[in-house]
Write a protein of this length. Structure first.
Length: 473
């Protein structure tokens, strides 16, 4: 094993990011040329995939982001950054077309293209690097990161090791299949796919006589709409099932959106653990509902198919859970359903299934197992995360491990929201450098969450005696 080439001065990195999704890409962009710092941060970011792709299976034509374009990688922390979405448009000579399009919400495919534009220009990003282990070297006061460099076929090409003072975990989420639905994934002769892989399997799905979509969130709605538009009138043969009691719109009122502000994140973090755990499930409509425009488009398409008499061959049923599932004669799937309000049961036979059952945070333990003796956990054995997005570690660990989109249990429903990406990245960098490199607003919401006075939030270094930018061992 060889050491990864360190910065030109031969010293370890200040920050290594693991995973290159939108959140760590935001951190990398803001870390590049931090204003007002005497020494630039030395950073490196690693990703197992060969290139950046943001939910490629869901880049359906016409599908839009559910946040405004200002929720790009950097703008809400540094609107003068060279990595803004508007600067991306400028580099493509598209500012005037965007201006006349009057779009506040851009298409997902455009957001993906914007992020890939950043990765193409931003230094210090290393794709095709699989992280194998993360350890704390107490003698050197550094983290050691073992990795495997992959070739074009995804096979191991070389082993290496990097050293860094701090780490940022941005390993993202993974498709989630509830236990009763897992037998579906074993039906090799029948198209059963998670929504994350929808576009790759779309043609095969359309060949099926009857298709069932399971899941009531935005991805389930977009997939149902896309399938509906592709099926002939009167021969749609589509089922859409959901556990929620309605195909409900996402909470998108102006004051409702204030749950996705730094003010609410700080309020939520200060609540007792038991209160936070009880609160999150009841806030599903803040982030698991359906965009109102998508609901309207579905209704319009269904209504259009009634203009000449008759009803479309579609069934949309909320309040239904799948108890079990299995194959029928190796060519079809049988779903055993239960309606929670009626307390009734039924069976549905279908030829293809799309599981729009969402995503779950990837467990940090997979990659941080060597750090387990140093980690502090809550009553549910989850990692404790402080208000500066650091894992709470034993004081003997003088470096910080920051987390991105792995803190819903401590910071609330805004953890996976793109609109908080730049603020969280700036908070991390201010804390890491022990400076106010990115001045952040003290107030971000008209709503006052709680009765205690609003306190200003000034991040402090993990160890006041350690100034990360003062290089040396």
């Amino acid at each position: 094993m060889t050491d990864l080439p360190t910065p030109e001065n031969g010293r370890p990195h200040d920050l290594v990011g693991i995973g290159i999704g939108p959140f760590n890409l935001s951190l990398a962009a803001l870390a590049h040329g931090i204003p007002g710092t005497p020494h630039p941060l030395t950073t490196a970011f690693y990703e197992q995939r060969p290139a950046f792709h943001w939910h490629p299976g869901l880049l359906i034509d016409g599908a839009s982001l559910q946040v405004p374009f200002l929720a790009d990688l950097v703008t809400l922390a540094d609107p003068a950054s060279p990595w803004t979405f508007l600067n991306y448009l400028r580099s493509r000579d598209r500012l005037f077309p965007f201006y006349f399009a009057e779009r506040f919400h851009i298409q997902r495919a455009e957001y993906d293209a914007y992020c890939r534009w950043v990765t193409d220009q931003l230094p210090g990003l290393h794709f095709s690097h699989q992280i194998d282990a993360v350890r704390w070297n107490n003698e050197r006061g550094l983290f050691e990161i073992d990795f495997t460099q992959l070739d074009n076929d995804g096979e191991a090409e070389a082993l290496g090791r990097a050293h860094t003072r701090h780490i940022a975990l941005g390993i993202g989420t993974e498709p989630y299949v509830p236990e009763p639905l897992r037998p579906l994934t074993e039906a090799e002769s029948v198209p059963v796919i998670h929504s994350a892989d929808y576009l790759r399997h779309r043609d095969g799905l359309l060949d099926a006589e009857h298709i069932t979509v399971i899941g009531s969130g935005q991805s389930g709605a977009e997939i149902f709409l896309d399938l509906l538009r592709a099926r002939p009138t009167g021969h749609e043969k589509l089922h859409w099932l959901a556990r929620t009691q309605a195909f409900a719109p996402m909470e998108y009122s102006k004051l409702g959106l204030e749950h996705f502000t730094p003010d609410y994140s700080r309020y939520f973090h200060a609540l007792p653990e038991s209160v936070r755990d009880e609160l999150v499930p009841h806030q599903w409509q803040l982030h698991k509902g359906i965009d109102a425009d998508t609901i309207a488009a579905i209704h319009d398409e269904l209504y259009r198919r009634t203009l000449h008499g008759g009803w479309p061959d579609t069934t949309l049923t909320p309040g239904v859970s799948v108890r079990t599932a299995g194959r029928v004669a190796n060519t079809r799937i049988e779903l055993h359903l239960e309606h929670t309000q009626q307390n009734t049961r039924s069976r549905l036979t279908t030829d293809a299934v799309v599981l729009a059952t969402g995503y779950r945070e990837r467990p940090l333990d997979r990659i941080l197992s060597p750090l387990d003796p140093y980690m502090r956990r809550d009553a549910s054995a989850r990692p404790r995360i402080d208000d500066s997005f650091r894992l709470v570690l034993d004081p003997t660990v003088t470096g910080n491990v920051y987390v991105q989109n792995a803190e819903r249990h401590t910071h609330g429903v805004g953890a996976p929201d793109l609109g908080l990406a730049a603020w969280r990245s700036a908070t991390i960098l201010n804390n890491l450098t022990g400076t106010n490199a990115y001045p952040l607003p003290e107030r971000t919401a008209f709503t006052t969450f709680g009765l205690t006075p609003r306190a200003s939030h000034i991040p402090t270094p993990h160890n006041p005696d350690l100034i990360p930018l003062a290089h040396g061992n």
